[in-house]
Unconditional design. Structure first.
Length: 402
């Protein structure tokens, strides 16, 4: 009897061990299957704010990560990539469910959200870092991309050659946190940038007659209605011609002026002490004791360091703070926002894109139509009166004041 009892215990232990091993094996298989349910693809289509927004609207896409790839330096910053010369492109990594959408379908959607004929960038974003490209991770993807590109070329839809690069995927570097889901975090600023970039006008004109079944099925319900259709004159529906973004005006005028930051020695000689303190040392000037807080003249405000256009008197308002305040930028792409954790609080710092000048901060307590208040130091600005715009090389903005 004792032998039977011992045998029963041994059998039970063996059975429990088998069940545990079998359970672990099933768990591992489950985890593996879950992992295999996702795949990723990397695309470059100009500003990653826009490509992020476009792909996140697609059914079957799980996540979109903005980042950089294709360059020569490790862990690049936005400042390095946007300045050019690194070889990196602004890209998005699209994580998707192959059971819901295929790689070929993602390619179809990509082509319908870029200008594949432009070798110099995408829409208002100029430079190698903004050119279009598809990055393949294996021979199968390479073959599918090449076939897809050939079909697009043979379609006759474009009068110019398709120049989108097909490149092997190298290490992908995620962009800074403030660039992730930018269109969600900054919906108003994103709306003004996108509406003025010319992207949607181009896409509507190019694809209006053949929105594919793939795209119709892939787009999540209701997302298309968020992008207002373009009018015949290039403005957005619901916007007056006089409200046309200066980005669009610049594009039509063909302005390709380049803005750079002089070296520190030159800046110390050219700027006064307050201007240098504010722009280069992140300082703040006294309220009500600065040049432009009560300036009511018509014109634009540029970065005192680089000359890049930043704000317009059209968007200036009396905030009562003692600093110049604006509801929106004149050129959204010339504005960089960063988290500022000084003074025991979290604020959103505003810097210039090309000059990297500290400008001030942006708050969400402003008036309509944006609800934003760009609180800017006068010391970081140079005012160009409307009558001097042509003479100073900013003639394309004259239309804002007619």
């Amino acid at each position: 009897m004792r032998s039977l009892h011992i045998a029963f215990i041994v059998f039970t232990v063996i059975l429990l061990g088998y069940q545990q091993v079998n359970s672990m094996d099933k768990m591992e298989k489950h985890m593996k299957n879950n992992t295999e349910k996702t795949a990723s693809a990397v695309f470059a289509g100009g500003c990653f704010w826009c490509t992020d927004s476009d792909f996140e609207k697609v059914e079957g896409v799980i996540e979109v990560i903005s980042g950089y790839t294709g360059g020569r330096i490790k862990n690049p910053t936005y400042k390095q990539v946007s300045g050019g010369g690194t070889g990196h492109l602004e890209v998005v990594k699209v994580v998707y469910d192959p059971a819901k959408i295929s790689y070929e379908q993602l390619l179809d959607i990509f082509w319908q959200h870029v200008d594949p004929t432009d070798p110099g960038g995408q829409f208002v974003d100029r430079g190698d870092q903004y050119r279009s490209a598809v990055f393949y991770s294996d021979d199968t993807e390479k073959r599918l991309v090449e076939q897809s590109k050939q079909r697009l070329s043979a379609s006759g839809r474009f009068s110019k050659p398709i120049v989108t690069d097909i490149l092997p995927l190298e290490e992908f570097y995620p962009a800074e946190d403030y660039h992730q889901d930018y269109y969600k975090k900054n919906p108003i600023r994103y709306k003004w940038y996108r509406s003025g970039s010319g992207r949607d006008q181009f896409l509507k004109k190019t694809w209006a007659d053949s929105k594919t079944g793939t795209q119709k099925k892939a787009m999540k319900s209701g997302t298309d209605s968020k992008i207002a259709p373009a009018m015949e004159d290039g403005t957005k529906s619901g916007m007056e011609k006089g409200d046309m973004s200066s980005v669009t005006i610049k594009e039509k005028m063909g302005d390709e002026r380049m803005y750079t930051r002089p070296n520190d020695n030159e800046l110390q000689q050219r700027l006064n002490s307050m201007q240098y303190k504010v722009t280069r040392q992140d300082g703040t000037e006294p309220p009500f004791q600065n040049e432009y807080w009560d300036n009511h003249k018509a014109g634009i405000y540029t970065d005192i360091v680089s000359g890049e256009p930043l704000f317009s008197s059209v968007d200036k308002f009396e905030s009562g703070t003692g600093w110049p305040s604006f509801t929106q930028p004149l050129e959204p792409k010339n504005i960089v926002e960063k988290a500022d954790r000084n003074l025991w609080m979290v604020r959103t710092e505003v810097r210039s894109h090309h000059g990297d000048s500290h400008l001030g901060h942006v708050f969400d307590d402003g008036p309509a139509p944006t609800g934003l208040r760009y609180c800017i130091n006068s010391a970081s600005l140079r005012f160009i009166p409307v009558e001097d715009l042509e003479k100073e090389g900013y003639g394309q903005y004259r239309k804002l004041f007619k």
